[in-house]
Design a protein around this ligand. Structure first.
Ligand code: ADP
Ligand code: MG
Length: 303
């Protein structure tokens, strides 16, 4: 254990993965340190599951190198340290929840009590129910219990809440947050911005196989330029406002101006000093959703 803090949990070094002519992952480099909680955020087909499969040694990189705990991900002894929840996990429908979780626990040296894993996944009431009788959301909880039962240091959760309704998603977040509090290293994927924001301190935005942003939720939001300043001003023109320091973009919407800027204070200062009468002033933060859309719409972003 002493050495695990000095070695990245996962490291990808110029990794590319092609499926025939499809470039699923393109020259991705990334380090995840022990204790980090990282969300891979990207639309369908972005390369999230492929990235996870590479980290787990389930797929081989076409080029570049991948390590898990500083070693080849294919080494069998890593499996004891990781818990994995993948998008498609075929499980026998006739087994009961308890039986399946117990079975998985046996693959590990130091499993937690079956009932504890079931409880952590929020499934206590379904302990003796057969898999075939569970809803999709409940099955996802079973997969989560299977990821937890081995007492792993690190969790890989591939779209853990996709398909869940809002309430089920939020309660799942509570369970994941509990694991975060326990200090687990977590890599999860999602196409849900709110989810990335709610769970992770680091968001890696991936689109078309490439990392287009990597930072805290606030940094990701900042990528798009930060703020909108909106106001009414009768005797100004778009051209005039465009000349002001710090202005990225000006548009006129109905009878209001809207300025896009990273420095709202700098933009507003000369306006306040002038003779102009401003009214209905609003300064609005650009949301994560907006940042994400701007990033994924725009291929020229590279960092
Ligand atoms: P995500 O998980 O972000 O939705 P994936 O990693 O599953 O994305 O897929 C990335 C790209 O690779 C997509 O274009 C997908 O169609 C393609 N792809 C994934 N798996 C395979 C495969 N086994 N064979 C061929 N193409 C694949
Ligand atoms: Mg996927």
């Amino acid at each position: 254990m002493a050495t695990s803090t000095t070695v990245p949990a996962v490291e990808l070094n110029h990794v590319t993965k092609n499926y025939g002519s499809v470039q699923a992952v393109k020259d991705v480099s990334l380090k995840v340190e022990p204790g980090e909680v990282v969300a891979f955020l990207g639309p369908n087909g972005a390369g999230k599951s492929t990235s996870i499969a590479l980290m787990l040694g389930m797929r081989r990189a076409t080029s570049g190198s991948v390590t898990l705990f500083g070693e080849n991900p294919r080494l069998a002894n890593h499996r004891k340290r990781i818990g994995v929840m993948l998008q498609e996990s075929g499980v026998p429908e006739t087994l009961k929840v308890r039986e399946l979780v117990e079975l998985f626990g046996r693959f590990h040296d130091n499993p937690m009590l079956t009932q504890e894993a079931i409880k952590m996944a929020g499934l206590t009431e379904k302990t003796n129910t057969r898999l075939g009788r569970l809803s999709g959301g409940q099955k996802q909880r079973v997969y989560f219990a299977l990821a937890l039962v081995g007492n792993p240091d690190m969790l890989f959760l591939d779209e853990p809440t996709t398909g869940l309704d809002v309430e089920a998603r939020r309660s799942f977040w509570d369970q994941i947050n509990l694991q975060i509090k326990r200090g687990k290293t977590i890599i999860l994927t999602t196409h849900n911005l709110e989810e990335a924001d709610a769970l992770a301190r680091r968001i890696v935005v991936i689109n078309k196989g490439q990392i287009i942003a990597d930072g805290t939720p606030d940094e990701i939001k900042g990528h798009v330029g930060g703020k909108h300043v909106r106001f009414r001003a009768t005797d100004r023109t778009v051209e005039e406002l465009n000349e002001l320091t710090g202005v990225q973009f000006v548009q006129r919407i109905d009878n209001k101006f809207e300025i896009y800027t990273k420095q709202p204070e700098a933009v507003l200062a000369p306006l306040f000093k002038g003779e102009v009468e401003l009214s209905d002033l609003e300064v609005i933060g650009a949301g994560l959703e907006e940042a994400f859309l701007a990033l994924t719409d725009n291929d020229k972003h590279t960092a």
